[in-house]
Design a protein around this ligand. Structure first.
Ligand SMILES: [Zn+2]
Ligand SMILES: [Zn+2]
Length: 212
């Protein structure tokens, strides 16, 4: 059974997710850990639980989601993958990182690209990749049918949706992604978002003010 461990990192209060199952294999999604103490919080958890991270996967490449990628790649010697359409966003981060106070940001090397319809595998666990652009052009979400959840990134939040005023953002595209890709998941699926607390598909279909 897959476990979802949440860490809240950096001044954007970004949710970093560590997923692991009974085999001890783990993947790290959207590592936003920036300073030494944040990186240690994640690596200490991995060590204390005897886990073996095998891959870093990003839902998208905004700065708050990629701050820890380089450090964790180095620590574990594991590949980093994301959707190809978010590569320009990743390449842009170093041009604005110091404006946000992240002068120590290190651009990670990309090891591979993922796309919709494929699966991410680790241990006994499988995550289906869906394509949900709008907040970012190459935004993906990761669906686990066995435990009924989706790691949604910055697409759908409790009572809110992702912002679309950043480069590559598009409001109509985001609404369509949520309607066609997220709201077609079963109502009882938990949404682990990139910020704030988890929600469910059913709750958002009934209560999200953007879909009234
Ligand atoms: Zn974002
Ligand atoms: Zn974010």
């Amino acid at each position: 059974m897959v476990q979802v461990q949440t860490f809240v990192f950096n001044p954007f209060s970004e949710n970093t997710y560590l997923l692991y199952d009974e085999t001890g294999e783990a993947i790290i999604i959207d590592p936003g850990c920036y300073d030494r103490s944040e990186v240690n919080e994640l690596t200490d958890f991995v060590q204390q639980h005897g886990l073996k991270p095998v891959q870093i996967v990003n839902t998208h490449a905004h700065i708050d989601h990629v701050l820890g990628v380089a450090a964790l790649k180095r620590k574990y010697g594991i590949p980093f993958v994301l959707h190809k359409l978010d590569e320009p966003l990743l390449k842009a981060v170093k041009t604005y990182a110091s404006n946000y106070g992240f002068s120590a940001f290190e651009e990670p090397e990309i090891d591979g690209f993922i796309k919709e319809g494929e699966t991410i595998e680790f241990g006994n666990t499988s995550l289906k990749i869906i394509f949900v652009p709008g907040h970012a052009p190459g935004h993906v979400a990761l669906v686990n049918d066995a435990e009924k959840f989706v790691i949604g990134g910055d697409v759908l939040f409790r009572m809110s949706i992702g912002r679309t005023d950043l480069p590559g953002g598009d409001h109509a595209t985001l609404l369509r992604s949520i309607r066609e890709q997220m709201f077609t998941l079963p109502d009882d699926y938990t949404v682990y978002a990139g910020h704030m607390e988890p929600t469910t598909i059913g709750f958002e279909k009934r209560n999200n003010p953007f879909f009234k």
